[in-house]
Design a protein. Structure first.
Length: 298
């Protein structure tokens, strides 16, 4: 009897071990598949940057003889210098930094005030207001161009950086309000009640309680608003007609349509357009990481 029990037990253990090995093999297969997909995605992202970087330091003759994939025989800065001088690149960078920075700060402040009133203040019709902000984010920019163009023409702000700042502040604040309203709606009531019992006003609760706790989320919004505004093209192209007010994406696109532009100069313009946002991202990388992970850990 004992021998039979041992055999049965051994048989069950073998079956479990077989299932475990099969599960491990299947899991490893899925892991290898995911790794292959990640590698393919990384190559798809890196390939354009490689082409831009390599061709930015080629001469037109070097590009014609070696093609776009070959490394340059010698570093040539002609394309970078040509683009730098033709578009007055420092001025375009300053325009983009000024517009993106002001929009990011204003949009975060407005989003926080709106979300505090909706999520914590519990105004009437809260769900409909949040839905309205969501619908505002779904509107295509092409549908806004003509009415905004007519409005800014009438008030004298056409071909002025403040027209673009106002438009993007409203657009980004609509998204920020929608996001923060959901976050503030789950804010711990005990903390708010304790602050109210201690005699804090709503303004003090906002800046001394809500703002410090939600600072990581606000930092992430600030970074995204800056990058999103920097990369915008259609609205700055429409509302900034003068060369002195153009942003970096607009300057790059205008010159790329010029017949006098060669491939090396075009690559150099793309490289110079990427570098400022890359530097900005590297500076605030830790802030972005902390902000994203802060919501996952209580």
């Amino acid at each position: 009897m004992a021998v039979g029990t041992v055999l049965v037990t051994t048989g069950k253990g073998a079956k479990r071990a077989g299932r475990a090995r099969g599960g491990m093999t299947k899991k490893r297969g899925v892991d290898w598949l995911l790794l292959a997909l990640v590698i393919v995605g990384a190559l798809a992202v890196i390939a354009p940057f490689y082409l831009v970087l390599v061709n930015s330091f080629k001469s037109p003759i070097d590009y014609a003889t070696g093609g776009p994939l070959a490394l340059p025989e010698s570093l040539d800065f002609t394309g970078i210098v040509k683009f730098w001088e033709r578009v007055h690149f420092p001025q375009k960078v300053w325009n983009s930094i000024f517009i993106s920075g002001v929009v990011a700060v204003l949009a975060v402040v407005i989003s926080m005030l709106n979300a505090f009133a909706i999520g914590i203040g519990r105004v009437r019709g809260r769900a409909w207001i949040v839905l309205l902000f969501l619908l505002a984010n779904l509107l295509p920019q092409e549908a806004l161009l003509y009415p905004l163009y007519y409005m800014f023409k009438e008030i004298g702000l056409y071909d002025n950086v403040w027209s673009v700042i106002i438009i993007f502040t409203v657009i980004q604040a609509a998204f920020g309000t929608y996001l923060l309203s959901s976050v503030y709606g789950t804010f711990p009531k005990e903390i708010l009640e304790a602050a109210s019992i201690d005699g804090a006003t709503r303004w003090q609760i906002l800046w001394r309680v809500v703002f410090p706790i939600s600072r990581p989320t606000l930092s992430v919004l600030l970074i995204f608003f800056f990058i999103w505004t920097w990369n915008e093209f259609l609205i700055p192209l429409t509302f900034l007609a003068s060369n002195d007010y153009q942003t970096v994406p607009v300057a790059i696109s205008v010159l790329q349509g010029d017949r006098l532009m060669d491939v090396t100069t075009t690559s150099a313009s793309a490289l110079l357009g990427i570098i400022p946002t890359l530097i900005f991202f590297l500076i605030f990388q830790r802030t972005l990481t902390r902000g994203i992970t802060a919501g996952a850990v209580k």
